[in-house]
Design a protein around this ligand. Sequence first.
Ligand code: HEC
Ligand code: HEC
Ligand code: HEC
Ligand code: HEC
Length: 197
Amino acid sequence: MDVLLTTLTLTALAGAAFLLARRYRISLTRNIGPIVMSVLCAAAVVAFLFLFYRTPGTEIGVAQPIPFSHRVHVNVKNIQCEYCHPYAARSLDPGLPPVEKCLHCHKYIIANHPQILKEHHYHDTKTPTPWKKANYLPEHVVFNHQRHVRKEVACRECHGEVEHMDRIRGKFFYMHFCIDCHRERKANLDCWLSCHN
Ligand code: HEC
Ligand code: HEC
Ligand code: HEC
Ligand code: HEC
């Protein structure tokens, strides 16, 4: 899908450039130097964008201010998602745990671990932990956790096997991801009433 779109866009751009060159009678052979330079610049921009969106953020996960591990907490220590993301079934936003919640346990568990001392620092200075967002959904999409969680769409269907991730691997949610499942589950497919505002 994305590869197809990119190819089509590049072909269209090349075609447009060719037509413009003809229109203004720019000889392709005599101006080969600048043309090669422009093509190289365009390629560099494309490569930059590609690499930018393929940073570790989407491959191995964004680095967080405290290296919090879902694998350790969910899989090894068996803490439920809802304990830390309590609003998933009740509101649009599942919520991230405030540092007080971490300290409920970490006042006693590995209390002198350097990363836990960082939690104390955030707590004492009343600074919300600056967690970095891993998931990306375009601004104009309304996404509602409650509707999905109540219909027993499991967290993993959208977020993958979080319980095996140390760092959350970021994800860009594209529209076909939503549509495919809505079609399969016979959920609402109306664009404007439901998903876009
Ligand atoms: C002990 C607390 C805790 C538990 C249990 C927990 N989480 Fe988290 N979760 C966090 C914290 C803290 C963050 C923010 C830091 C990060 O992204 O790693 C987070 C981030 C996330 C994110 C990424 C949000 C974003 O867009 O950046 C998702 C998705 C998520 N959790 C899903 C789950 C799921 C699914 C479960 C259960 C399988 C779960 N979590 C269990 C604490 C927890
Ligand atoms: C319900 C209890 C509980 C809560 C809540 C909890 N943790 Fe933990 N955490 C644990 C346990 C148990 C361990 C494993 C300790 C060990 O290795 O002996 C752990 C380990 C850790 C470690 C060290 C992991 C490693 O890789 O060595 C960090 C850092 C950490 N937690 C951060 C957090 C943060 C940040 C929060 C809040 C978002 C949080 N924890 C919430 C129980 C909890
Ligand atoms: C139908 C798909 C879907 C399901 C099911 C789902 N999520 Fe999400 N989740 C998303 C999308 C999309 C986003 C990004 C929303 C945004 O950025 O506004 C997200 C974001 C999050 C975030 C980040 C919120 C923040 O403030 O950054 C957390 C935490 C999270 N989900 C946890 C969960 C948990 C826990 C469950 C299961 C109880 C769950 N999700 C079920 C699609 C889903
Ligand atoms: C894994 C399956 C699945 C995925 C992925 C999914 N949905 Fe849904 N969605 C459902 C189901 C099932 C319902 C029906 C809930 C109901 O009937 O209350 C629903 C309902 C909704 C509704 C409420 C529709 C109404 O009737 O008003 C909205 C809005 C919505 N989804 C948006 C999204 C968006 C945006 C995404 C992508 C980011 C998404 N969904 C991804 C399964 C999914």
